[in-house]
Write a protein that binds this ligand. Structure first.
Ligand SMILES: [Zn+2]
Length: 383
């Protein structure tokens, strides 16, 4: 697999080899104001090189969350304070003192600035990646699973995060603030604008097969997972959010985009009792898993689906061949809900509705429509 990340493929650091995606502040991008050449990446210890500084002169040490792409482009997930975009940066002012002329800075080893730190809570974020454009007028806010100090949140469109500000709980620190998780949650916030709300019922059909339920998931939300059989509307909605994350973390023309997952996954070769694979898990975003059809052999037909399959479907439909735009996909779902041109309002969708909606939106004779149908078949979601 190839990845667009100049990092471990986990999207969480800046290395070129896998294995260190769980590194915390190490390898975050840093800069120190007013010091020539003080702009690079922290080392494995989370330290800068030595720099000469004049005592008594105020400086700012900044860390930035950004993902470098192989073509030199950057994807930055940033927050907005007032009308100012803060590019995922954490800054700390300091003033060298005494006779010290040469110092180095160490980051807090427990901090997670190479992902997203607590400072992002209740901040605003925005993204731009080709046809995925956040409404610049919208007020997207990351919230935690606990109320803010005042017991309520300020107004805005919330990007839900199951994280607790300041928590040292490994779940909160290590999983929920992954850039891909935040991008996924942002995908949910954006989909509400593109097609509205689908019926969200996570109770679904729960097969006993551990390859097809959430029994593998520990330390993270267990209401659904990438491989669990769910109601179609949920699988569509979660698959779409995964797709937004994939679009934000990969160039659309990448033939082998990477999806980074933060929950455990039990692969088919682990069916015999081998423990599931622990996160971070890098998976091909576009290669058909056909999990529902080939692995789960689920018989619930038109009422069930798997997020993984729908994620694959969206990449191929949105980013290959006779691709459909995000806006067209949104319209297809509005039509599938029967609410077009209005937004979905808690309706359930199924393949028949998506097929008819695609005909209406793209044209029966169009190559785009043909691609939707063939992709539905290949991904195993056309039921
Ligand atoms: Zn989700």
């Amino acid at each position: 697999m190839t990845s667009d990340f100049l990092d471990a493929g986990g999207g969480e650091d800046y290395l070129t080899v896998p294995g260190l995606a769980s590194s915390r502040v190490a390898f975050a991008k840093y800069s120190i104001s007013g010091i020539a050449g003080a702009d690079g990446y922290l080392d494995v210890e989370g330290c800068t090189p030595y720099f000469s500084m004049c005592p008594g002169v105020a400086r700012t040490f900044s860390l930035t969350s950004e993902v470098g792409l192989s073509n030199g482009a950057k994807i930055k997930v940033y927050r907005r304070e007032g009308n100012i975009d803060v590019m995922g940066t954490w800054g700390m002012g300091f003033t060298p003192w005494g006779s010290t002329s040469e110092i180095f800075l160490t980051a807090n080893g427990g901090a997670t600035d190479s992902r997203f730190g607590p400072t992002l809570v209740a901040g605003q974020i925005g993204v731009i990646a080709d046809d995925i454009v956040a409404d610049p007028a919208a007020d997207y806010r990351i919230v935690s699973s606990v109320p803010s100090a005042g017991g309520s949140y300020a107004s805005g469109t919330y990007v839900a995060l199951q994280a607790t500000p300041g928590s040292t709980n490994p779940q909160d620190v290590d999983d929920s603030r992954w850039k891909t998780v935040i991008a996924h949650e942002l995908g949910h916030a954006l989909s509400r604008g593109w097609y509205g709300n689908l019926q969200l019922d996570y109770s679904g059909d729960v097969p006993s097969n551990p390859l097809c339920n959430t029994s593998n998931v520990t330390g993270a939300g267990t209401s659904h997972s990438l491989q669990s059989v769910e109601f179609v509307s949920i699988a569509v909605n979660e698959g779409f959010a995964h797709h937004v994350a994939n679009r934000l973390m990969n160039n659309w023309w990448n033939p082998s985009p990477i999806f980074n997952y933060y929950k455990e996954v039990r692969f088919s070769w682990q069916a015999g009792g081998t423990p599931p694979t622990s996160p971070p898990i890098s998976l091909p975003a576009a290669a058909y898993a056909r999990w529902h059809k080939d692995i789960c052999s689920d018989t619930a037909g038109g009422t069930a689906g798997v997020e993984w399959d729908w994620m694959n479907f969206f990449w191929v439909v949105n980013d290959t061949g006779s691709w459909s735009t995000i806006q067209q996909i949104g319209n297809i779902f509005r039509r599938a809900c029967g609410t077009y041109p209005g937004q979905c309002n808690s309706q359930a969708v199924n393949w028949t509705g998506i097929d008819l909606g695609s005909q209406a939106e793209l044209g029966f004779l169009s190559s785009q429509y043909s691609q939707v149908i063939s992709t539905g078949q290949s991904a195993g979601v056309n039921h």
